[in-house]
Ligand binder design. Structure first.
Ligand code: SF4
Length: 292
């Protein structure tokens, strides 16, 4: 059952997160600033930034700090689109080598303004990381390229280890939550990735936006049918009053119930909890399906 929250309602206890305090957090912050890189951790105001950065993990966001779409849940800026920085793939690779990570997550803004949607920049980024950090596992959280599966395929051919694309919400809420996206484009993206051998396919849904339980289950079935293996389920949090309101704070027990349901439907691993995000402890999610 969903209920409309009052604007003044406070976050439940289970959504409170610690402030960053460790040396590692400040080291990452200065590296990101020094090389003028973007992270989705900062751009999307992720509540896990203290925990992830303290642990030395972060998610780089390539192709600029501004998106060509205006999803109603997302805190990344829209418009003001600049040409991609051609040196960014190399800088990302070099920064990763300094961080000494075994697992890297890269995402991007949507760049529907570019002829190839940014696919070439993605391919170059994967290539440069492979050369500079051959040991590292690469997870790419990619856009839908407006349903152009040739572009999605270019990224699959560059052979990341994990290809992720988030469905974000159930079918009935797509036009409200992400009006420039299509449920079918997202499923096609995952289906295209699933055709490639040795590529782990992953997706994510946010809960608490007014979706019904049966709709979440329908989406999980659609994901299984599309070849998705890993699913992350987390609570939607409103980044600012300009964004969609939270309809419900989903109790942690319900996340566990969805995890069991998803895994019984055929997903190899469901990472579920109020603070779970697609890239949250992504290496552990991949480990659950035997990658690392
Ligand atoms: S969950 Fe992902 S986006 Fe959030 S801080 Fe961690 S790595 Fe960054």
């Amino acid at each position: 059952m969903t209920r409309i929250l009052k604007k003044t309602q406070r976050l439940p206890e289970w959504l409170k997160t610690p402030l960053p305090k460790n040396k590692e957090f400040f080291k990452l912050k200065s590296l990101v600033q020094k090389y003028n890189l973007n992270t989705v951790c900062e751009s999307a105001s992720c509540p896990n930034i203290g925990k992830c950065w303290d642990a030395g993990t972060l998610t780089f966001m390539i192709l600029g700090d501004s998106c060509s779409r205006a999803c109603q849940f997302c805190d990344v800026a829209t418009g003001n689109l600049n040409a991609p920085n051609p040196t960014e793939p190399q800088i990302i690779a070099e920064t990763l080598s300094k961080l000494n990570l075994r697992y890297a997550v890269i995402t991007s803004v949507d760049r529907d303004d570019l002829k190839d949607g940014g696919a070439g920049h993605w391919v170059e980024t994967i290539k440069r990381i492979r050369i500079k950090c051959p040991e590292i596992k690469i997870e790419t959280l990619i856009p839908d390229f407006q349903g152009n599966m040739d572009l999605v395929n270019q990224i699959c051919e560059a052979e990341p280890d994990v290809l992720a694309h988030n469905l974000e919400t159930v079918e009935s809420l797509q036009s409200k939550v992400r009006p420039q996206c299509r449920y079918t484009w997202s499923l096609d993206t995952l289906r295209t990735a699933a055709k490639k051998d040795n590529l782990i396919v992953k997706s994510g849904l946010m809960l608490g936006m007014g979706e019904k339980e049966e709709e979440v289950i329908r989406s999980m079935k659609d994901l299984v049918d599309s070849g998705c293996q890993i699913l992350s389920l987390g609570q939607y949090l409103r980044p600012s009053p300009r964004h969609l309101e939270v309809v419900e704070f989903v109790h942690p027990d319900r996340f566990l119930k969805y995890k069991k349901t998803g895994e019984s439907l055929g997903l190899a691993h469901v990472e579920a909890g109020p603070l779970v995000r697609s890239s949250y402890l992504a290496d552990q999610q991949a480990r659950a399906v035997g990658l690392v």
